[in-house]
Structure formats: structure tokens, C-alpha cells
Design a protein around this ligand. Structure first.
Ligand SMILES: NC(=O)c1ccc[n+]([C@@H]2O[C@H](COP(=O)([O-])OP(=O)(O)OC[C@H]3O[C@@H](n4cnc5c(N)ncnc54)[C@H](OP(=O)(O)O)[C@@H]3O)[C@@H](O)[C@H]2O)c1
Length: 207
């Protein structure tokens, strides 16, 4: 079982925290305002004791999920404290140009502002509604992960399965962070701008 710090407990972080607790992981929520009204709503499902400061949550964990707005990527990365030897999973997307200044993806920004190299991008290519329920008729959706870190990729793949996805496919190294964001925008475009709605998702077919 893994010790996970969830930084950003909104749509994505809140759902994944609940999923990972249900699958037996130790989950802490690292928050700027641990006892905010929004966090107390989530606490009704997962308990108040998990809500602590960002630095404490990171210190006590081996895996860190970042699920804050992309505009906060650098500020959040700097607020983590010592991340040496820890895995960071980045679920953020720069949408409509709103992201860390000078970057075309959030994961590279985190890599440049933390002291671990084990950083991967995952859980960004589908809506939080699909994280809550990845089941479509008799099939489950797939996820994707990018990053040079093998231990980071393996952790993300396991956590994707633990969240209920069928599989999680590695699409390459750090040079594919941007492709992951473009793929996320492909989903956003279909769901929001082309009118398909949020109940759509990707699955890799093979033969
Ligand atoms: N929504 C989706 O379907 C979806 C799907 C895939 C990926 N994503 C990506 O995932 C990320 C999160 O999306 P979301 O919809 O979950 O957002 P959200 O519901 O708005 O939640 C954002 C969370 O980040 C926290 N936060 C904001 N600024 C922070 C900072 N400077 N330091 C620490 N925490 C901070 C907020 O807490 P407080 O403000 O209360 O501190 C809140 O808990 C985004 O980058 C988004 O692009 C979203």
C-alpha cells in the first residue's frame, strides 16, 4: 500500500483521494486551508484527520499527486518542501493558455522547481467524472502516463488501476509531457466545445 499526499482537493484531488482510500492506500490531503468549507465537505466522506499542511502531507508520504490549477504550478511546487526520493504525479493541464509563465506544460515547471526527478504526468487526460466512474457498459476506460521515471510510471499505472481504470499506457518520457496536455485538450474540445458532453472517454483497442 502506498502513502499518498494529495495537493489540491477539488474535483480531481477529491475524487482520487476517495478512490485511493477505498482501495486501501494511506491518503493525506495537503492544503493551504485544511479546514476550509470545501475541504470540510470532502471530510464528510474521508474524515477530518487527513487534512493537514502541504509540507506535512508531503513529509509523511512517498507519492504526491498535484491537482491544483495550472496557474499555481510553480507556487505549489515550491511549497512542497523536500521531495528528494519521492514520486510526483501531475494531473494538471494548461487550458486556454492559463498556466505557469514560460512553460508549455505544468510537469516541466514542477520538475524545474522541486528536487526529485521522479515526476510523471497522469490523470490529466479525462474528466473527473470519469475518475469517479470509469465504467462504460461492460468496459472500463484507460488512462495514459508520461515520464522518464520508471518508478513514477509504475506507481501511476498501479494507482490508475486502483482508481478503477482498466489500464494505463506509458506514452513515453518527459518529452511527452506536452503531448499528454494536448491529448487532454482533445478530450476537453470534444466534451466542451464540440458538444459531446463529459460522459465520453478513451480506450485503447488492440489486435
Ligand atoms: N476538472 C477536471 O475534470 C479535470 C480533469 C483532468 C485534469 N484536470 C486538471 O486538474 C487540476 C485541478 O482541477 P480541478 O477541477 O480539480 O480544480 P478545482 O476543483 O478548482 O480544485 C483545485 C484545488 O487546488 C487548490 N489550490 C488552488 N491554488 C492552490 C495553491 N496555490 N496551493 C495549493 N492548493 C491550491 C484549491 O484549494 P484552495 O483554493 O481551497 O486552497 C483546490 O482544492 C487542473 O490543473 C485541471 O486542469 C481537471
Amino acid at each position: 500500500m502506498m502513502k499518498i499526499a494529495v495537493i489540491g482537493s477539488g474535483n480531481v484531488g477529491g475524487v482520487l483521494a476517495r478512490k485511493w482510500i477505498d482501495s486501501g492506500h494511506t491518503v493525506l490531503i495537503g492544503a493551504r486551508f485544511p479546514l476550509s468549507e470545501k475541504n470540510m465537505k470532502l471530510a464528510e466522506f474521508i474524515g477530518e484527520d487527513r487534512f493537514i499542511s502541504i509540507e506535512d502531507a508531503v513529509f509523511q508520504s512517498e507519492i504526491i499527486l498535484i491537482a491544483t490549477p495550472a496557474t499555481s504550478a510553480i507556487e505549489v511546487a515550491k511549497s512542497l518542501g523536500n521531495t528528494d526520493g519521492k514520486i510526483i504525479i501531475d494531473s494538471m493541464n494548461i487550458v486556454m493558455g492559463r498556466g505557469p509563465v514560460g512553460y508549455t506544460n505544468t510537469t516541466q515547471a514542477i520538475l524545474d522547481h522541486t528536487n526529485t526527478l521522479d515526476i510523471v504526468k497522469c490523470f490529466n487526460t479525462t474528466g473527473f467524472n470519469n475518475m469517479l466512474d470509469p465504467q462504460y457498459a461492460n468496459e472500463k476506460l484507460d488512462l495514459f502516463v508520461a515520464g522518464d521515471s520508471e518508478k513514477g510510471r509504475n506507481a501511476a499505472i498501479q494507482l490508475a488501476k486502483d482508481a478503477g481504470f482498466a489500464d494505463c499506457f506509458a506514452i513515453g518520457g518527459n518529452d511527452k509531457f506536452e503531448l499528454m496536455e494536448q491529448f487532454a485538450f482533445f478530450w476537453i474540445n470534444l466534451a466542451m466545445f464540440q458538444g459531446q458532453g463529459r460522459n465520453i472517454g478513451f480506450k485503447l483497442l488492440k489486435r
